[in-house]
Design a binder for this molecule. Structure first.
Ligand code: 6MZ
Length: 377
């Protein structure tokens, strides 16, 4: 039954109705989030809660800033998005703020029935914290969250390409160090930041070192049409590719051959202007070309979305069925930086959900992909 509530497609012209049944299914679906930037994932309610912790009472200036935070002007671009982060970065510049922010982000993903979350964040140093303190604080929060939620949370420290190379070296050194203390939490390194800044080549030694220490690499690649960099990144190699908006069909063949999943973030790409509109989103071409792909939120706070909403957008725009949504989740499990046992457990949870759904709704079919059980060596 369609109703005329505010649609998760409200940023897409012409769509105002919601299919409540599909949305309810997607909210219930146990989901896997593989591309989520910590400071980008605070939704407006959580920002208010965070501001209450950090600033005490809400000031008029804060209310004005939070309104601006959610508004995207027509024709906004990536630079406009990057400006928005400074608003949240001010709130997470203290240990107490960062702690609360991490708790809130984990809570919000849990609320959306995310059962496995890979958070990524750029360690920052300021008057209150060193980069080591920053990472320690986030790691402690993730550890504590384990007893609270059944969700598994991992961490990918981020290299911000807009910062000096020396910072990336420190980030990798700290990650390698913390990996010894939290081997099941720190699983990889994210390479991100404004793609109009920095030179990938200069960061290659730090990324090589991370890889040498067994850390997986999730690289923001082809978010903008920078052909020489895309080629360089693909040659360097990665385990997953963030966005992949401007990959060519020859690149698709390469991703397929090397089993590199493209992390697709629909709302993010549309609001930041790197994709013209939903119907032109490259996820459609990736599906058609059978390139590994996963659906993610990127910055659920900045872009005012949830993983359930992103799935909903895909069902509306590309006619994805419930079974295909489950398949996409199964694909995300396959591409997660988790251990074989953890992946098995996630598949068992998804399987239990499907069995229950199959009883309720015979439109959901178990495909071979998720009935298959592999043994871990
Ligand atoms: C590239 C992005 C991004 O690290 O402070 N970030 N990098 N492309 C994107 N697409 C829109 N969205 C977020 O989280 C915020 C930081 O993540 C990166 C940027 O460096 C941003 O400052 P953390 O937790």
């Amino acid at each position: 039954m369609r109703s005329a509530k505010r649609s998760p497609l409200s940023n897409v012209p012409g769509s105002v109705q919601i299919d409540e049944k599909i949305l309810a299914f997607l909210r219930e679906l146990p989901k896997v989030e593989l591309h989520a930037h910590l400071n980008g994932c605070l939704n407006i309610n959580s920002i208010r809660e965070l501001a209450a912790t950090v600033y005490g009472k809400e000031t008029d200036e804060f209310l004005m800033l939070s309104k601006r935070f959610l508004t995207f002007k027509k024709g906004a671009n990536l630079d406009d998005c990057f400006e928005k982060f400074s608003f949240v970065h001010d709130l997470t510049a203290s240990k107490v703020g960062l702690q609360r922010a991490t708790e809130l982000v984990i809570r919000d993903f849990a609320k959306d029935n995310v059962i496995y979350l890979e958070l990524r964040t750029t360690p920052k140093s300021n008057a209150n914290m060193s980069r080591r303190d920053y990472l320690q604080t986030v790691l402690e929060c993730i550890s504590r969250a384990r007893s609270r939620y059944s969700m598994k949370v991992k961490l990918l420290p981020s290299i911000n390409r807009g910062e000096p190379v020396s910072v990336s070296e420190e980030t990798v050194a700290l990650s390698v160090d913390f990996c010894k203390l939290y081997p099941d939490i720190i699983v990889g390194i994210d390479f991100s930041g404004n793609p109009n800044k920095g030179n990938f080549e200069e960061f290659m030694p730090a990324l090589t070192l991370a890889r040498k220490h067994g850390l997986m690499l999730a690289i923001h690649c082809a978010e903008i049409p920078n052909r020489s960099e895309i080629k360089q990144m693909l040659m360097f190699g990665m385990s997953r590719c963030g966005h992949g908006t401007y990959l060519t069909s020859a690149d698709y063949a390469y991703m397929k051959q090397h089993n590199i999943a493209v992390e697709c973030c629909l709302t993010s790409n549309i609001k930041s202007g790197t994709v013209e509109s939903l119907q032109y989103h490259h996820i459609k071409r990736l599906i058609e070309a059978e390139v590994p792909r996963v659906l993610c939120t990127d910055d659920s706070g900045v872009f005012d979305t949830t993983l359930s909403n992103e799935f909903y957008l895909a069902t509306e725009a590309f006619g994805l069925t419930q079974t295909q949504c489950i398949d996409l989740t199964m694909e995300a499990i396959d591409h997660a930086f988790a251990s074989c046992e953890e992946k098995q457990n996630l598949k068992i949870q998804l399987d239990a959900f499907i069995s229950q759904m199959t009883v309720k709704d015979n439109r959901v079919h178990k495909t071979k992909r998720y009935i298959e059980k592999k043994t871990c060596e």
